[in-house]
Design a protein. Structure first.
Length: 593
C-alpha cells in the first residue's frame, strides 16, 4: 500500500505527463454531497485528512489542504509527514484557493479537476478568475482513479419508499408544487442532482451514504414526464410500480448523461449550480439557456408540514429516553469501569438502537473528553481514544436517524474537579443558547440576525466561536439541511414557519476543553400586531442540561425561568417512558435551580 507521500508523487507524475500545473481535489461526489460514499472519499485516500470539508490543491512544488477553523487541529495532526500542508481558510465555505492559483500560476498553465466532483458554481469561479490570466481549465481529468487500487464500487444497498402517512405528502403532490414554481420561472426542464432533494421528492430513503438515508440518483423533470435515474435493482417491484402510478419513469443511473445531451435546443433548463456537478452541466446543449436557481425542492423540504413536525416531536421523546439512560449509565459507571471515548460512543448507540424506529446515527458521534472537546468535529479513533477520569469536561454531540425524524444534540457534563473558569464559560454558552431559543423575531428575519443575537452573551465577555450558530435539519434526512443556516454568511434566506434548525453556541479553549450546548428548534408563528407578523421558536430537543456547571450570578431571571420551564417539559414528556429508578434520576437532574 502506498504512503500518502508516495500517492502525492504518483499524482505529480501523471500531472507532468499531462502538462497539468495544478490539480484540484474537492471533498465531493457527483451530487455535491457533504457526506460521501466511500468511492468518493478522495481527500482521505490521497492525504489522510478525514474531515467533511476541504479542498486539496496540488502543484509541482506545493500541496495544500484548504479547510476551515473546525478542522485546523485535526488537519495539522492528520497531514503530518504526508507532503500536504494546512492552509487555513479565512472565511468558511469560500474557495480561497482560486485566488492563490491566480497569484501562483503562469500564463498558459493548466488547472485540471474531475468534473464529477466539482460544482457548476466552483467551476465557473475557476474559469472566471483564472481565464483572464490565460490559464487553461480542464474539468475532465480523474487522476485519483489511476492510483487508487481496489477503489470501492458504487454502493448497492436497497432503497425503499416512505408512506404518505409518515411524510404528509405523496410524490405526485410534491411534483405539482415543484412544477408550479418552475412555471413561474418559465423553466421548461429541471435537473435535480442533490440526494436529499431527490429523497424528499420521491419519499425515498436508503443507505448509500453513512448516516444519511439517501440513494444515489438523479431526477429530470420535463414538460410531460418525471424521470428518476437510479440503479433499479435497489427498489422492490412494488415500489417501482408505486412510483410509476405517481407519474415517475425509471431509468438507469448513468443514463442521465446521455439524456442531457438529447435535450431539445431553445428550451430553458433550471438547475442549482451549487448542487450540480460540472460534468453534467458540460453535457447540456446551449449553455446560455441554463437557468441557475436554488432547487425549489430545497425550500419546500425545509418547511416541515404538520405531519412531519408531530412525528419529530414524538422522535424527540425516543431520543430523550435513550440519552437519559445513557447519561445515567455513564454517571454510575464512572470510577467503577474503564471508560473511553470510543466505548461510550458505542454505548450511546446501543441505547438508541433500543428505541422503536431507530435506523442509524445521523452523524459520527463526537465524544470529546477534556482537550478533545475543543475540536468541534472531533471523532475518537484507536489512536486518540482518551480514557475518562473523574475530572474535567466531557462534550458529547450526537444524533439519530429514525423513520419518524432526525435528531442532533450536544451536551457537556463535568466528570469532577470543576473549575470556576469552566463554570463561567459553560454558563455563558448556556446563556447564549437560551438567548437564541427565546428570540422573538419579525417574519422575514434572516439567519445572520439569529446568529448575532445568540452570540451576544459571549461577545459581551469578549468570547466567540468559529462556527455557525445553527443549521437546518431534515426529516429522516440529512442532519445538515439547507437553505437556512444561522451564521454570518446567511444574508438571503428568511427563517420561515416550519423550519427545524439547531441552536448550538460554543466556546473552545484549545488544549484544555470545549463547551457546546445544542437543541433543535421549530420556527412557529407567534403573534400578528400592527407591526406585522412575529415568530418564535418551539424547542424540540428533550434532554436535561447539566446544572452543576452553572454560575447563577451570570444569568438573568429570564434565563433561569427558561431553564426551569425547559426541565419541567423534559421530565413531563420523558418520565412516562422511564422506570421508577430512571424517573428519580431524571427528577434530580431537572430540579428547579
Amino acid at each position: 500500500m502506498m504512503t500518502y507521500s508516495e500517492k502525492l508523487t504518483a499524482l505529480r507524475k501523471y500531472m507532468q505527463e499531462q502538462q497539468i500545473a495544478a490539480y484540484v481535489i474537492p471533498s465531493s461526489d457527483p451530487h455535491i454531497s457533504e457526506y460521501l460514499p466511500d468511492r468518493f472519499k478522495c481527500i482521505a485516500f490521497v492525504s489522510g485528512f478525514t474531515g467533511s470539508a476541504g479542498t486539496l490543491v496540488i502543484t509541482h512544488n506545493f500541496a495544500g489542504l484548504w479547510t476551515d477553523s473546525r478542522y485546523f487541529v485535526q488537519a495539522n495532526e492528520q497531514l503530518a509527514d504526508t507532503g500536504f500542508e494546512l492552509v487555513k481558510l479565512k472565511n468558511q465555505g469560500v474557495p480561497e484557493y482560486i485566488g492563490w492559483l491566480a497569484e501562483t500560476l503562469k500564463s498558459e498553465d493548466k488547472v485540471a479537476f474531475d468534473g464529477k466532483l466539482v460544482s457548476v458554481s466552483i467551476a465557473n469561479q475557476l474559469v472566471n478568475q483564472l481565464q483572464p490570466f490565460k490559464v487553461t481549465i480542464d474539468g475532465t481529468v480523474d487522476l485519483v482513479e489511476a492510483i487508487w487500487e481496489d477503489r470501492p464500487l458504487l454502493p448497492t444497498e436497497k432503497a425503499y419508499l416512505l408512506d404518505k402517512s409518515v411524510t404528509g405528502k405523496d410524490t405526485a403532490d410534491k411534483l405539482i408544487e415543484i412544477r408550479r414554481q418552475l412555471d413561474n420561472m418559465n423553466a421548461d426542464y429541471h435537473l435535480v442532482s442533490s440526494l436529499d432533494d431527490i429523497a424528499w421528492i420521491f419519499n425515498m430513503r436508503g443507505s448509500d451514504v453513512k448516516c444519511n438515508p439517501v440513494v444515489l440518483s438523479f431526477a429530470l423533470l420535463t414538460p410531460d414526464r418525471t424521470t428518476l435515474y437510479i440503479d433499479q435493482r435497489k427498489l422492490s417491484l412494488e415500489d417501482q410500480e408505486l412510483l410509476r402510478r405517481q407519474g415517475v419513469y425509471l431509468a438507469n443511473y448513468d443514463q442521465i448523461y446521455d439524456d442531457l445531451k438529447q435535450l431539445p435546443t431553445g428550451k430553458k433548463l433550471a438547475l442549482d449550480p451549487k448542487r450540480t456537478c460540472y460534468a453534467l452541466y458540460a453535457e447540456i446543449p446551449q449553455y446560455e439557456r441554463i437557468m441557475e436557481i436554488v432547487n425549489p425542492s430545497t425550500q419546500l423540504k425545509a418547511i416541515k408540514n404538520g405531519v412531519e413536525a408531530e412525528y419529530t416531536r414524538q422522535t424527540m421523546i425516543k431520543d430523550g429516553v435513550a440519552l437519559t439512560r445513557f447519561f445515567k449509565w455513564l454517571e454510575e459507571q464512572l470510577g467503577k469501569t474503564a471508560l473511553y471515548e470510543c466505548s461510550i460512543t458505542d454505548k450511546l448507540l446501543e441505547f438508541r438502537q433500543q428505541q422503536e424506529g431507530f435506523v442509524n446515527e445521523s452523524f459520527d458521534t463526537i465524544a470529546g473528553y477534556q482537550a478533545h472537546g475543543a475540536l468541534p468535529h472531533y471523532k475518537a479513533t484507536e489512536q486518540s481514544n482518551a480514557k475518562l477520569e473523574a475530572s474535567g469536561l466531557l462534550l458529547i454531540d450526537s444524533g439519530g436517524q429514525y423513520v419518524t425524524g432526525t435528531t442532533d444534540i450536544t451536551r457537556v457534563i463535568s466528570l469532577g474537579n470543576l473549575s470556576d473558569a469552566e463554570k463561567v464559560d459553560y454558563t455563558l454558552v448556556l446563556k447564549a443558547m437560551i438567548e437564541g431559543s427565546t428570540t422573538i423575531y419579525p417574519a422575514g428575519t434572516k439567519g445572520y440576525q439569529i446568529d448575532a443575537i445568540t452570540r451576544r452573551p459571549l461577545w459581551e465577555r469578549f468570547r466567540n466561536y468559529g462556527h455557525g450558530t445553527g443549521h437546518g435539519v431534515g426529516f429522516f434526512l440529512n442532519v445538515h439541511e439547507g437553505p437556512q443556516v444561522f451564521n454570518s454568511a446567511n444574508i438571503d434566506v428568511a427563517i420561515e414557519e416550519g423550519m427545524i434548525t439547531s441552536i448550538e453556541p460554543g466556546l473552545y479553549r484549545e488544549g484544555r476543553y470545549g463547551i457546546r450546548i445544542e437543541n433543535l428548534v421549530l420556527s412557529v408563528r407567534d403573534q400578528e400586531t400592527e407591526f406585522g407578523p412575529f415568530m418564535s421558536f418551539e424547542t424540540l430537543t428533550l434532554c436535561y442540561i447539566a446544572t452543576d456547571l452553572i454560575d447563577k450570578t451570570l444569568l438573568d431571571q429570564k434565563h433561569i425561568d427558561w431553564l426551569n420551564q425547559y426541565h419541567y417539559m423534559v421530565y413531563e414528556r420523558l418520565s412516562p417512558h422511564l422506570n421508577e429508578e430512571e424517573q428519580q434520576w431524571l427528577a434530580n437532574k431537572t430540579k428547579i435551580i
